[in-house]
Design a protein. Structure first.
Length: 152
């Protein structure tokens, strides 16, 4: 589907494109995840730009992929916005000392984001380990049943 970069979308269209409810979109706005970027028409309808839709799609992908809580999603999104602001500062900065500060801040933000991912991965690994143990127990029971049936 081709989209026009300057086109504005109503909340129902955004919900349909992203696969979430309009209530979810409104809630994400309340949390500051979508920011104040949505415009309102005279009839107070929300209008969203393509960048809003892309951001929402990315937030949903992160939420689903990592199983993040809303607080964690806000933290991850805030860190990403801060890194984007640092990229802008980098482009405007001429001094090496400013750029060194920018790099240090970017490292800290990326480390924070990575820590969220690591915690989630650790929890997933623990869950996978539990499932492997259960699977092993089930397979052992199956083997016992097969031995027992073979003896009768």
């Amino acid at each position: 589907m081709r989209t026009e970069p300057d086109r504005r979308y109503r909340i129902g269209e955004v919900a349909e494109r992203t696969g979430v409810t309009t209530r979810t979109i409104r809630y994400y706005e309340e949390l500051g995840l979508l920011g104040p970027g949505a415009e309102r028409t005279k009839g107070a309808h929300r209008l969203y730009a393509e960048t809003d839709v892309s951001r929402l799609q990315e937030l949903i992908r992160l939420r689903d992929l990592l199983g993040l809580t809303l607080d964690e999603l806000v933290e991850l999104a805030d860190a990403e916005e801060a890194r984007a602001a640092l990229r802008d500062q980098w482009a405007e900065s001429a001094s090496d000392s400013d750029r060194a500060r920018i790099v240090d801040e970017a490292i800290a933000l990326a480390e924070r984001q990575l820590e969220l991912v690591r915690v989630r991965r650790q929890r997933l690994d623990e869950f996978a380990g539990e499932l492997n143990e259960k699977l092993q127990t089930i397979r052992e029971r199956k083997a016992e049943l097969e031995r027992t049936r073979g003896e009768t």
